[in-house]
Design a protein around this ligand. Sequence first.
Ligand code: ADP
Ligand code: GLC
Length: 481
Amino acid sequence: MKILYVAGEVYPLAKTGGLADVVGALPKAFRSLGDEVRVMLPGYPEAMAKAVHAGEPIPLPDAMGYGSARLIPAHMPDSNLDVLLLDCPEAFARPGGPYLDADGRDWPDNPRRFALLSRAAALIGIGGGLMGWQPDIVHAHDWQTGLVPVYMRQWRDGGAGCVFTIHNLHYQGVFPPSILGELGIDPAFYHIDALEFWGNVSLLKGGLVFSDFLTTVSPTYAREIQTEGFGYGLDGVVRWRARNLRGILNGIDHDIWNPAIDPAIAQTYSADDVSGKAACKAALQAAAGLLPDAGAPILGLVGRLVWQKGMDIVLDALPEIVEMGFQVVIQGAGEPELEAKCREAAQIFAGRVAAHIGYDENFAHVIEAGSDVFAVPSRFEPCGLTQMYALGYGTLPVVRRTGGLADSVADVDEHPEGTGFVFDGETPADFLAALIRARELYDRPAAWAEVRARGMRVDFSWRAAAVRYREVYEAVLRARG
Ligand code: ADP
Ligand code: GLC
């Protein structure tokens, strides 16, 4: 099969969260199965610098008012994965992040920036002859690429099939209807069964309505988003598409998240020989400024500091957590208020609680490897990758029973084959009850080692997920005839 992936971020060229990890890894899984894949993303400065350019740029016929835009064939620095960089300096060569400026504000022209990306993918999808390559499937991800199937529908109902994956239904790309003209979208799409959303335009809704097939990143989240509590106003649309919706649990990239070969950690280790983990723990304590104490269990947390992730629940429980003898290390960036609270906690509980505010890919590996327990107390979590990384690193997860957390961690007190601790509810007390169970198990080293070994052996490889995505791609091609 020929598959074009398109997203706003792809690891290792650009990353703000799990979306990048997924769009970096899934195409590699298909490539290793013999399929022909390409991955398109914006040519942010870092992406332009890191990718290995490999071929003549292909000019795009319409730069949407940005001066010039072109596609640069390239490949990943760490693998031979083929990449198409959308080089449009006026839209993407800016300081700051993929979606936000250096002060944390949305780029005001985000709809136009990502419409440009979506148009380029759609143009290849419909067989525009842009690069003499006709994919069978265009696989678009999240709101930034919601217009891909819209443009494809507008221009021509033919060419490739379009699969759209919801990584997070909460981020919807909602803008005033006045953007439609600037984006070159037929006003007929401003309609309740199309892009219209409460008097605005939702780019995500474009993906939900016009793709041939919808997927999301875990079976539980696929059910949750059909309910009002998780749908953020789009649950009706999701229910309407339920026959063409499938939840496929993400995998993890064992080339990158693997304690046996991880260059970022103090000592490598594996399920067969976990002895190196002790050195990783000592290294984490030293690097984070925690007291050197081999006996104290370390609770690690890594994530975006936003309401979704439930960091406030843990912060409110910190006195009790420290009282139980845990050391805590938090790494995250996001809402200034949460960042400040984390810093404050690290001051109050100096030596016992450490806060690493900012984005640091290497240190995320150091925390996964050096911690004993890893918490993901999210209010909702489409999939969540850090709990799966934790399992692989022999770090027992404590997670809320939602989305992919519920699908990837089995509670030790509920299942004979349990791998972690799962809690219901959203209060500090709910979280603490699970953490108490973790502490009790930690005090029984043989039982702890058994659960840890089981977690390290769970197979979260992308190969299993790729089999399911292939079924989806094949169903789309069959339905299109
Ligand atoms: P989400 O995509 O909602 O942020 P995921 O669990 O799917 O959540 O993925 C988060 C990814 O981003 C993981 O690879 C995690 O290690 C990484 N990450 C999140 N915050 C940070 C940070 N502050 N520093 C380094 N890596 C981070
Ligand atoms: C989103 C979700 C997260 C998921 C990731 C990758 O950012 O918030 O749960 O793991 O996408 O699919």
